[in-house]
Design a protein around this ligand. Structure first.
Ligand SMILES: [Fe+2]
Ligand SMILES: [Fe+2]
Length: 170
């Protein structure tokens, strides 16, 4: 799928509006794999999902972008609370979706994409669209990369990653 300049600009603007959004910035306070945080993680996933999505002939990139940015919008630190930790893997996509409805009024199709990102852990939430499968793959790819680098290395690279996510296309 080839985007024209207008389409690129539209997606970039949408991406930046989330990047600079105060509510979204709260994800910086949610720790993630090995020194990463939820904000960095989500925008890395969004960039990869869009890159992968561009390989398809017809796919809704806007939906992929919004669902990627909001897929882990659960806004709590599961490491701090045993009761949250227990079912975090299967519960957080639903909590993220509910928070995203409240703060960004996302539609049903985006809710579905978010809820299915942990499949097959969430066996009943099958990713039944191309968009959902693209997010699932991008999330797992970034998660493996984050989890396999050391915490010290991660911290050192933090400035690099903030620069990396500062734009969708670069
Ligand atoms: Fe997740
Ligand atoms: Fe994720």
């Amino acid at each position: 799928m080839k985007l024209n300049e207008e389409q690129k600009r539209e997606l970039e603007e949408l991406y930046l509006s989330f990047l600079n959004n105060e509510k979204i910035q709260r994800m910086k306070d949610i720790p993630m794999h090995r020194g990463s945080n939820c904000y960095l993680h989500s925008f890395k996933v969004a960039k990869l999902a869009i890159r992968n999505g561009l390989r398809y002939k017809s796919v809704d990139l806007k939906k992929i972008l919004i669902a990627s940015i909001l897929h882990d919008y659960y806004l709590y630190d599961w490491r701090k609370d045993r009761s949250l930790r227990k079912k975090h893997g299967s519960r957080h996509p639903h909590i993220a979706s509910d928070n995203a409805i409240k703060d960004f009024n996302i539609d049903k199709s985006i809710q579905k994409i978010i809820k299915s990102h942990m499949w097959p852990i969430n066996f009943l939430d099958f990713p039944d669209s191309k968009e959902a499968r693209i997010l699932g793959v991008a999330d797992k790819t970034i998660t493996i990369k984050e989890a396999s680098s050391s915490k010290a290395f991660k911290k050192k690279k933090e400035a690099y990653y903030y620069n990396y996510i500062s734009k969708l296309f670069k």
